[in-house]
Design a protein around this ligand. Structure first.
Ligand SMILES: [Zn+2]
Length: 415
């Protein structure tokens, strides 16, 4: 085996053993009940809210020791409504949600462990789930199964299985969500287990191990998004990146992010600037003007995108605004994106000697042929790279979203 082959094999082995992950998954833990709401009461006088709180804290400590980022809904014995819990969770930009409860049954005999999740195959008409949660069924179910298996193994309780359920906290969120019913407070042997600190520790370890056995899907916040397939393809291709495990598909793309993407697609250092008669619109250069020599007052060399702006300047893509700014963190419009992308295609065509494509006749009501970006918009529309918001509206002045740019680049690579 050559040294190179050994190195390749070694790096593959390392990749499988320690998959690269530069961020911690974020978990929201929810201790059921609290404050004026005690939850179920045990035959031994245990209150559910106290048991839930103790196990939740133990799960938190286990997860933090495993490298997870953990946030709790209630952090003391206070009352939180179900809506508050979900609202809080939705704002966390987390990867998964686990609510921790103990159970009770009127017959006083039922015992065991169950995990509830929302299942779109068993919808309950009177309790509709959020649109996102409907699409999350397989992910929530997968999480529920891992936690159930691990909890049963750790605590030795009876297996009552996975329960498709429309409980509020499992159906109204936007991330894979489950509700764990550890054991029954009003059944003698289960209540004895829940009264034991060491059993509660085992249960917590079981829940944490189950969470650790579950791999959250890439970019949790784009699950169910219309551009998800394009987002995943462009991620696989190394063109787009997320922020930790989020993609933020509905957020406006910034100018700095756009240039970074374009550098990955076109490799700026390999392009030559295209000259045509022109001028400037906003900060975008029409033709070949001498690049402004001054540095931009809002782009310090410490800005993460400073190098790519320097390359873009060499290509005459951008020029500062008249106030001396370049506004790297400002959103970029759909018209600007079309103009710059078309310009870069032309530069790439010169490099590769492929023929330019002529502009087509107008079809968007809001893109008259006199609009500075019209030629680019119709050229890209003809190539199948961009699309309107509707058949007749392109909205050239609207910010492009990160989902839209992923879809556009996906079309470019498929074309
Ligand atoms: Zn409960």
């Amino acid at each position: 085996m050559t040294l190179l082959r050994r190195l390749i094999l070694l790096s593959l082995l390392l990749t499988f053993a320690f998959p690269y992950q530069a961020f911690a998954y974020k978990v929201v833990l929810d201790a059921g009940h609290g404050g004026s709401d005690p939850g179920a009461t045990g035959i031994n006088g245990l209150r559910e809210k106290d048991v839930n709180w103790d196990i939740t804290q133990k799960v938190r400590d286990e997860l933090i020791a495993k490298g997870y980022e953990v946030v709790l809904t209630r952090t003391d014995d206070s009352y939180w409504s179900l809506a508050q819990r979900v609202e809080f969770t939705n704002a966390q930009k987390a990867d998964l949600f686990v609510s921790i409860h103990a159970n009770s049954h009127p017959d006083g005999k039922t015992k065991g462990t169950m995990v509830l999740y929302y299942d779109n195959d068993y919808p309950q008409e009177d309790y509709p789930a959020s649109e996102t949660m409907k699409k999350l069924t397989p992910y929530s179910k997968d999480l529920a199964q891992h936690v159930l298996d691990s909890l049963l193994a750790a605590a030795g309780t009876k297996n009552l299985g996975l329960i498709p359920s429309a409980v509020y906290v499992a159906r109204m969120g936007t991330i894979p969500s489950i509700l764990v019913e550890t054991a029954f407070l009003n059944q003698a042997s289960d209540a004895a287990l829940l009264a034991s600190d060491s059993v509660r520790s085992k249960m917590a370890a079981g829940i944490a191990d189950g969470i650790a056995a579950y791999t959250p899907p890439l970019f949790t916040d784009s699950l169910g998004h219309w551009a998800r397939e394009a987002i995943l393809r462009m991620k696989n291709k190394g063109i787009i990146e997320g922020i930790a495990n989020r993609y933020e598909p509905e957020r406006a793309l910034t100018r700095a992010e756009f240039l970074t993407l374009m550098d990955r697609v076109f490799t700026f250092n390999q392009l030559k600037s295209v000259c045509e008669p022109g001028g400037t619109v906003t900060s975008i250069v029409y033709g070949c003007q001498a690049p402004a020599e001054q540095s931009y007052k809002d782009l310090p060399s410490s800005h993460w995108a400073s190098p790519v702006f320097a390359k873009a300047k060499n290509l005459n893509l951008l020029q500062g605004y008249s106030d001396g700014t370049i506004r790297p963190d400002q959103s970029i419009t759909r018209g600007e994106v079309a103009f710059l992308f078309d310009r870069l295609l032309q530069m790439a065509s010169i490099t590769t000697n492929s023929p330019p494509v002529a502009a087509a006749s107008a079809s968007f009501n809001d893109v008259p042929e006199t609009l500075w970006s019209a030629k680019a918009i119709y050229a890209l529309k003809n190539k199948g790279i961009i699309d309107g918001i509707t058949d007749t509206a392109f909205k050239p002045s609207q910010s492009i979203t990160r989902g839209e740019i992923a879809a556009m680049l996906n079309r470019y690579y498929q074309g």
